[in-house]
Design a protein around this ligand. Structure first.
Ligand SMILES: O=C(O)CCC(=O)C(=O)O
Ligand SMILES: [Fe+2]
Length: 396
């Protein structure tokens, strides 16, 4: 059943399974692959492979057994399944491979690109690429609409937010283990994140539009860092099904921001809730996975739980840390998968939302992207296209 109530046979949704973490792979299989010069293959070329059966699992399934979904297959959508986005929107038909993999990006091109991993481009095609068109979240400026300078009120708002952040007054505990840090990411950091995501996102291992086996597309573009999450199987795998590519690693800058946000959230909990041990309420974690989503104006994400991480990670309630950048979004969360009973909160550019501890398994989703709400200063500095960039970090 998708969020519109339409049954979608055989479809499994995001993070519905809670496989008991067995032993497959283990930590060592999580070690980042060494960097290598960027190897470019077929980026920007629409690759269609008619035989859908070729979309087999190409990677090692990490730590997940057969996922015992709490809900039966076919009832667990992650996405809205509205009409798929216009193919031309932000798609690149050509790209410069030398823009990728520079060592200054912190993330680096993973050593074994899809082509390398499988030996050659033609072999790569056999791994199971289906439809991978490069997607650029910051298309080059082309004399398009002129963007106005940020207004005085926007500049003042930014200053006010910075001041509140310095005073530690920008956070709210939404429920036990769930914290919203308003305007936590500085404009500079937002710009850096956008630029890095853009860089990692345009080539091999970059953004693609995930699709379920039944052909329905998620209404967003996705790229995973650290490890690939596969929508169809609700599992992390080493090579993604769509094109066999390995994910880039998580840039260290991102991880530092995550750790910083957890510390600030814990400080807020200590101040406002005075728990005996804050680690019980909101445990610390060190991210090994980042799911990067880009929502265009019509993008959304159905209520779901994030439960593909290891049994240990879920048992300990290690938090999901979510960064929002660009247009604002309405975010809903609830104890059940029930939109009517969900609470809503607005996530604006720079907001960080954390849910761990007792809130780790909440159902959550994105109901709406509010158009033209991104800070102008951010758009000026990045040329981020209309929409919302979201990064969710987890520890496997
Ligand atoms: O975009 C968001 O705020 C949520 C994303 C999310 O829930 C996910 O990627 O699992
Ligand atoms: Fe999620």
């Amino acid at each position: 059943m998708n969020p519109h109530g339409t049954p979608t046979a055989g479809q499994r949704g995001r993070r519905g399974g809670r496989g008991r973490s067995a032993s497959v792979g283990g930590r060592s299989s999580w070690a980042p692959v060494q960097n290598s010069p960027p190897t470019h293959y077929k980026v920007g070329v629409e690759e269609n492979y008619a035989d859908d059966s070729s979309r087999r699992m190409s990677g090692l399934s990490l730590g997940r057994g057969s996922s015992s979904h709490q809900n039966s297959p076919g009832t667990f959508p992650r996405d809205s399944y509205q009409a798929s986005e216009p193919a031309a929107y932000g798609m690149l038909q050509t790209m410069n491979p030398f823009e990728l993999g520079n060592s200054d990006d912190g993330g680096s091109q993973k050593g074994e690109t899809a082509a390398k991993a499988s030996g050659s481009e033609s072999e790569q095609a056999e791994v199971g690429p289906v439809n991978r068109t490069s997607f650029d979240i910051c298309p080059p400026k082309t004399g398009g609409p002129v963007r106005l300078k940020p207004s005085l009120s926007e500049v003042n708002k930014l200053k006010r937010n910075m001041q509140r952040n310095m005073e530690g007054n920008n956070g709210r505990v939404l429920r036990p283990g769930m914290v919203l840090l308003k305007h936590h990411l500085s404009l500079d950091n937002q710009v850096k994140i956008v630029n890095l995501c853009r860089k990692l996102g345009v080539g091999t291992g970059g953004f693609y539009q995930p699709e379920y086996r039944n052909g329905e597309k998620m209404h967003l573009k996705m790229m995973c860092l650290g490890h690939n999450w596969e929508p169809d199987d609700d599992k992390y795998v080493e090579n993604r099904n769509v094109d066999g590519a390995k994910p880039h690693s998580i840039p260290q800058e991102f991880s530092l921001l995550v750790i910083d946000a957890i510390k600030d959230s814990q400080a807020l909990i200590e101040k406002t809730c005075k728990p005996g041990n804050v680690e019980y309420v909101l445990p610390s974690m060190s991210p090994s996975i980042c799911v990067v989503n880009f929502y265009t104006a019509s993008g959304r994400l159905g209520l779901h739980q994030d439960k593909a991480e290891s049994f240990e990670s879920l048992r300990k309630g290690l938090p999901v840390v979510s960064f929002s950048i660009g247009d604002s979004a309405e975010f809903e969360y609830a104890d059940q998968r029930d939109d009517k009973r969900a609470e809503k909160v607005l996530l604006e550019s720079g907001d960080v939302l954390i849910f761990g501890g007792k809130s780790r398994n909440i159902f959550h989703g994105v109901t709406k992207v509010q158009q033209n709400t991104a800070p102008k200063a951010l758009l000026d500095q990045t040329n981020l296209q209309k929409g919302r960039l979201n990064l969710t970090f987890r520890q496997y």
